[in-house]
Design a protein around this ligand. Structure first.
Ligand SMILES: *[C@@H]1O[C@H](CO)[C@@H](O)[C@H](O)[C@H]1NC(C)=O
Ligand SMILES: *[C@@H]1O[C@H](CO)[C@@H](O)[C@H](O)[C@H]1NC(C)=O
Ligand SMILES: *[C@@H]1O[C@H](CO)[C@@H](O)[C@H](O)[C@H]1NC(C)=O
Length: 318
C-alpha cells in the first residue's frame, strides 16, 4: 500500500516537473549535441577502411569508440564466442601472440580489438566500452563497417558486418551496416604510405559517404530507427565514381519478392533489389531496410519510416 502510494506520488510529481522550460540566449550559450558511434566489421581493427572511417567520423565531430575483431572474421554471420587470448598475432602484426583477449592501442585507447567474432566486438563495445568512454551512457548509434566487399542479397545472411549491426539493433541501439565494392584488406598504414592507391582513395570516399549518410539519419526525429530494424548500405565501385558528389542513395530491398508490396517512392510497388542497383552505371549506393532478428526485408511500414528520414538524400533510378 505504502509502496503504491509512493509510486503514485512519484508519478504525479514527475508529471508536474517536466513542464518547466528555461529559454535563454547569450554569447556563451552553446548547444551540446553528443553522439557516439562504434565500428565493427568483417575484417579486423587495423584495416585501412575502418581507420579511415574512424578518422572521418572524428573529424565530423562524432564521439567515437572503435571495437573490432582482432583478425579477419569474414563470413561469420551472427556467430558468437567468449573472446580468447591470441594464439597468433593480431591482423598485420598489430599485437603479438599471447596478447589478452581484448586490448587497445595504448596511445589511443579508443581503438580496441576483441579476439572473437564481429557480434562479440559489437557487444563488447556497447556493454563494456560505452559506459567507460561515454560516462555510463549507451551509444546513440552503432556503425558496422565499412566492410571490404559488398554485402548483397544472400550474403547478408552470413555477413559479420550485418551480424554486428543486427546485434546492436537487438540490444536496442540503432545501427547500420556499410560495405564498399572497391578495395582489398590492407593495413591502415596504407592510408599514409600510399594515399593515392585505389584502396586508400576508396576508403576515404566511402568514409565520407557514411558521414554524410549519418548526418542526415541522426538529425531525424527520435527514434533514429524503429525498434529491431537496421539498415544495409552498400557502396558501388569507385572505378568510375571518383568523387563523393558522384554518389546517390537509392532505397532498395535485399531479396526480390513479387508477392510483397513495398513502400513506393518511385512509382513502383516493388523496390529494386540492392544487387541489381549496385552494378548499374550512375554511382548508386543502396539502402535496404531489414529486420535484425531475421535479416530479411522489413515491411512497407518500416521502409516508409526510413524513406521519410532519408528523403533528402534518396533518388530514383528510373
Ligand atoms: C579473410 O577471410 C576470408 C574468408 O575466410 C578470406 O576469403 C579472405 O582471403 C581473408 N582475408 C585475409 C586478408 O586474410
Ligand atoms: C596506435 O595509435 C598511434 C597514435 O594514433 C598510431 O601511431 C599507431 O599506428 C596505432 N597503432 C595501432 C596498431 O593502432
Ligand atoms: C565525461 O566525464 C568527464 C569527467 O567528468 C568529462 O570531462 C567529459 O566531458 C564527460 N563526457 C561526456 C561525453 O559527457
Amino acid at each position: 500500500m505504502q509502496f503504491l502510494a509512493l509510486v503514485a506520488l512519484a508519478c504525479a510529481v514527475s508529471a508536474q516537473t517536466v513542464n518547466k522550460i528555461v529559454l535563454t540566449n547569450d554569447d556563451g550559450c552553446v548547444a551540446y549535441l553528443w553522439l557516439a558511434s562504434f565500428f565493427n566489421l568483417d575484417v579486423g581493427w587495423a584495416v585501412a577502411q575502418i581507420r579511415a572511417q574512424n578518422d572521418a567520423l572524428n573529424a565530423a565531430g562524432y564521439n567515437v569508440v572503435l571495437s573490432c575483431p582482432a583478425n579477419n572474421e569474414s563470413g561469420t554471420g551472427s556467430s558468437s564466442e567468449t573472446p580468447t587470448t591470441l594464439e597468433s598475432p593480431c591482423e598485420f602484426d598489430t599485437c603479438p601472440t599471447g596478447s589478452p583477449a581484448t586490448g587497445f592501442n595504448t596511445t589511443d585507447p579508443r581503438l580496441n580489438y576483441v579476439n572473437a567474432f564481429p557480434v562479440d566486438a559489437a557487444r563488447f563495445g556497447i556493454q563494456t566500452l560505452a559506459p567507460e568512454f561515454f560516462n555510463g551512457s549507451k551509444p546513440d548509434f552503432v556503425v558496422s563497417g565499412p566492410n571490404v566487399g559488398n554485402n548483397l542479397g544472400l550474403a547478408v545472411l552470413f555477413s559479420g558486418t550485418i551480424g554486428a549491426a543486427s546485434e546492436a539493433a537487438l540490444e536496442g541501439i540503432p545501427s547500420a551496416a556499410f560495405s564498399g565494392a572497391t578495395g582489398d584488406e590492407v593495413s591502415y598504414t596504407t592510408l599514409t604510405t600510399a594515399p593515392a592507391s585505389a584502396d586508400s582513395e576508396a576508403a576515404v570516399i566511402y568514409s565520407a559517404l557514411t558521414v554524410s549518410f549519418l548526418d542526415v539519419l541522426l538529425a531525424s526525429s527520435a527514434p533514429i530507427l524503429p525498434s529491431g530494424i537496421s539498415l544495409n548500405v552498400n557502396y558501388p565501385s569507385t572505378t568510375s565514381c571518383t568523387s563523393v558528389s558522384d554518389f546517390k542513395f537509392v532505397l532498395t530491398r535485399i531479396f526480390a519478392d513479387p508477392f510483397v508490396t513495398d513502400v513506393n517512392p518511385c512509382g513502383n510497388p516493388h523496390l529494386p533489389t540492392e544487387s541489381s542497383v549496385i552494378s548499374m552505371a550512375g554511382c548508386f549506393a543502396t539502402v535496404s531496410v531489414f529486420d535484425a532478428s531475421t535479416k530479411l526485408d522489413a515491411n512497407a511500414a518500416n521502409q516508409a519510416i526510413v524513406l521519410d528520414k532519408l528523403a533528402s538524400i534518396l533518388t530514383c533510378i528510373n
